[in-house]
Write a protein that binds this ligand. Structure first.
Ligand SMILES: [Ca+2]
Length: 293
């Protein structure tokens, strides 16, 4: 109970007890005639004891209520942790395998974690599914910040068992050697999923600003939201390559992207409590995958 409330309750109880004490005193006068001040004090002290006891009762009642609320909050926290763990486990293949002779995902699986070698880069752990799709970006709970500098976007960040981005350098090296499809799967905060498929995805080299060089034909139900960024260079917090003359579109939590304008739908935007902005709605999760055509 707040201290202001305690004061009000104390005042009300005090007044109540005082009026009872006065009534008793008047009755006492009527019955017994004059009595001295000492006898009033004797009636009054038991009333103060009652007030103190009632305040203690109220206090312990409030403490119990707070304890119950604390238990409920603790229970909800545990539910959230369990759900996040469930999502993580569903995003993680069950049968990880290692093969460092590969430079791409095996076409016919099995799904798992593979170590691939790309010329000039360190060995890279990648997620592959049973149909040869390699995950290059994954977000589902906002645990990883995408508000990062050029070097992070270049070499990649996060962890493949949770949220991550594979890195622009790796995407460039993979997509410039062979034609690759790009599959983007999105799920909004209401659980509605859709995908976008591009038949010829390629990004340029670092000296080209990792520009979105090619997308190819689009199909899917998510909407062709990437063609607007075709041929645009990548912009990060510390590298302003976007078309907006006055602003750096990656600043203020928008994340690195192939910006055309600062209001573009952006797959790397700031993740709030339940998702990140996507036009008129919010996306809860996204996964970007590539596969040789
Ligand atoms: Ca700019």
């Amino acid at each position: 109970m707040k201290s202001g409330s305690i004061v009000i309750v104390l005042s009300l109880l005090f007044l109540e007890e005082l009026s009872v004490a006065r009534a008793n005193t008047i009755q006492g006068h009527q019955r017994q005639g004059k009595r001295n001040a000492q006898s009033n004090e004797i009636n009054y002290f038991p009333s103060l004891k009652n007030i103190a006891q009632r305040l203690l009762d109220i206090d312990s009642f409030e403490i119990n209520k707070l304890r119950q609320k604390d238990d409920i909050i603790f229970g909800k926290d545990k539910e959230i942790r369990d759900l996040n763990e469930l999502i993580r486990s569903r995003n993680t293949p069950n049968n990880p395998s290692v093969n460092s002779n590969l430079d791409q995902c095996p076409r016919r699986g099995p799904s798992g974690t593979y170590t691939i070698n790309l010329q000039g880069l360190n060995e890279l752990n990648v997620l592959c599914d049973a149909e040869g799709w390699m995950t290059i970006q994954k977000r589902f709970d906002g645990s990883l910040s995408f508000d990062r500098k050029w070097e992070d976007y270049k070499i990649g960040f996060g962890h493949i068992q949770s949220e991550f981005f594979i890195g622009l350098e790796a995407i460039n090296r993979i997509t410039e050697r062979h034609q690759h499809e790009l599959l983007i799967s999105i799920t909004d905060i209401n659980g509605q999923s859709a995908h976008a498929l591009y038949e010829n995805f390629q990004i340029g080299r670092e000296n080209e600003g990792y520009a979105l060089k090619s997308l190819g034909k689009y199909s899917g139900l998510a909407g062709d939201f990437l063609s607007h960024q075709l041929h645009k260079k990548f912009t990060t917090l510390d590298k302003n390559n976007d078309a907006n003359y006055n602003l750096n579109c990656a600043r203020d939590g928008n994340g690195g992207y192939w910006y055309n304008g600062c209001m573009d739908k952006n797959l790397n935007a700031k993740y709030y409590a339940s998702g990140f902005p996507w036009g008129q709605t919010m996306l809860r999760s996204i996964i970007m995958m590539i596969r040789p055509k």
